[in-house]
Design a protein around this ligand. Structure first.
Ligand code: CO
Length: 342
């Protein structure tokens, strides 16, 4: 069965050293350490990355062993750089998007790509989105769960979502710049506690802010199974009904009704949690997503899905049907036996 992993991150083997160029140490810098690379940010070590982060040929081999046919590749959120001057951020995004597109061109059966845009400038973000879709042939873009002081309902961001809907671009919401990180630096809590909260913040803002209501054709997906959002939907819906004066100020439709319009990845690390997700958001809304190649990702892609022993039709939907719909691609894109374009 065709398996498409919609949540996988990739880095170019190198990118411009903007920290040096613009004298701003907040730009991440990659240093080749022989066999692996080290990323520095603010002149401090941030993360070590290995061959599977930047070697697309190696990844195809590894995916073959893991039973994944297609990866939808996106950048690593540390590179969003929404805090930067828009033109400087766009320079980085341009480079990352060109790299993503080149891999997809060379291996169209193994990769589909979603780009990245400088959302701190909605005008430049729309330009870059158009470039991604119309020039580079990417399927959409990955965005952060908020943009500096803007949540995703910010009126400034609406033209961007409108453009995405018009272009038929798929959007993946990924947590980043986690809330509360300064007050909970230990135990990896920004990742374990902050990330699920970020996803709920993003979903609530898109719903309560009326973005989804006004853009019914927008195809939007949430990484990490939507984080805390699906699990706390009862509380969110209850809040909406009990205090509409606080919650329903900008959109009159109940939040639960939007599940049928959203997509979620399967990266929840627990069969019971996945069972719940399927029950609550709908069996046709969930797609395989692993967060490859990182340690917090699903190490055996699809193992939690397999544990549920679902009907073949439902497996098909999770392993590729929903992803094709979200991406707006025909299945043939990944099943043709034609020689790959080199
Ligand atoms: Co991720």
């Amino acid at each position: 069965m065709l398996k498409i992993d919609i949540h996988s991150h990739i880095l170019p083997p190198e990118w411009p050293n903007l920290a040096e160029k613009y004298g701003d140490a907040r730009f991440p810098v990659m240093v080749n350490a022989g066999g692996h690379h080290r990323i520095y940010r603010d002149n401090k070590f941030f993360r070590e990355v290995w061959q599977n982060s930047f070697d697309h040929e190696f990844r195809i081999e590894e995916c073959g062993k893991l039973g994944v046919d297609v990866q939808v590749i996106s950048t690593v959120p540390v590179l969003f750089s929404y805090w930067a001057k828009p033109n400087q951020a766009r320079e980085l995004h341009r480079h990352l998007n060109a790299h993503t597109a080149e891999i997809c061109r060379r291996h169209p059966r193994h990769y589909a790509g979603i780009g990245t845009v400088p959302l701190q400038s909605p005008r430049l973000a729309i330009e870059e989105l158009e470039h991604c879709i119309e020039q580079l042939g990417l399927q959409g873009v990955q965005i952060g769960s908020h943009v500096n002081d803007w949540n995703l309902d910010a009126p400034e961001l609406f033209p961007f979502f409108e453009a995405a809907a018009d272009l038929g671009a798929a959007i993946l919401v990924h947590p980043w710049d986690m809330m509360g990180k300064e007050s909970m630096p230990k135990y990896w809590l920004p990742w374990l506690v902050g990330m699920p909260a970020e996803q709920s913040r993003a979903a609530c803002c898109l719903i309560f802010g009326g973005v989804l209501e006004r853009l019914p054709s927008l195809r939007i997906a949430f990484a990490h199974g939507g984080g805390a959002f699906p699990f706390t939907i009862g509380r969110i819906e209850h809040g909406y009904r009990m205090r509409p004066d606080l919650v329903a100020t900008d959109n009159a439709r109940a939040p639960r009704e939007y599940f049928k319009r959203l997509f979620f990845d399967s990266c929840v690390h627990d069969p019971q949690a996945l069972r719940y997700l399927l029950d609550v958001v709908g069996g046709d809304r969930v797609m395989l997503g692993t967060d490859y190649p990182f340690p917090l990702g699903e190490q055996r892609p699809g193992s939690v899905i397999d544990a549920l022993k679902l009907e073949p039709r439902q497996c098909e939907r999770i392993f590729h049907g929903a992803a094709l719909e979200w991406l707006g691609l025909p299945k043939q894109r990944f099943t043709t036996t034609a020689a790959e374009v080199q």
